[in-house]
Design a protein around this ligand. Sequence first.
Ligand code: DC
Length: 221
Amino acid sequence: MVPVITIDGPSGSGKGTVARRLAVRLGFGLLDSGALYRLTALASQNAGLAPQTPEVVDMARRLDCRFDEQGKVFLNEENVSRELRTETIGAVASQIAARPEVRDALLQRQRDFARPPGLVADGRDMGTVVFPEAPAKIFLDASAEVRADRRYKQLIENGFDANFTALVEEIRQRDERDRNRSVAPLRPADDALVVDSSDLSVDEVEATLWRYAQDRLADQG
Ligand code: DC
């Protein structure tokens, strides 16, 4: 069985950064499952489809996308890495992700990322739905203010405009939707290690997750 490390949590908890670091350190592949929901959102938007239309499900199923080693994301062979990270696409992705048929359409595609020597899977339901048998499951959390502050700095660094108060509000609304939706709500798996990263540096989070992953993978043999 291919070893999978799942890292779930809300946006801004820092899971993307540590997931990438762990994957590089272990020589494992990386699944950024949020990018698949964002790609579906972007493809739908480009096609002029509203988030609730039936065609969005087909869009998810037929997504022609590719991830390269540097973390660049391609849609129909076009580099969309930057467009994918906008707040607008994030908000549409969250609405689309609340639809069970869309989640179903993306399920097998996510599981196909589990190839030797192993996978680090980053998302909301990696440990609960997509890889319930994973030997190492982590749930990374942080307060809404800390997450808004990180997001704010990230947006400014990347040359986007940002408004802190609006970001806190958006993060709260998205959390609410992600945690309370009926399918695959954002919650830790029963056997997940829960880590609050509010007062931890990225290096500290990485060290904690690294130790846990090493122990769990060793136990698996
Ligand atoms: O992690 P992210 O911000 O790129 O995710 C974009 C949206 O997709 C977010 O609102 C939650 C949703 N998502 C999900 O429902 N399940 C996942 N495994 C990953 C993301």
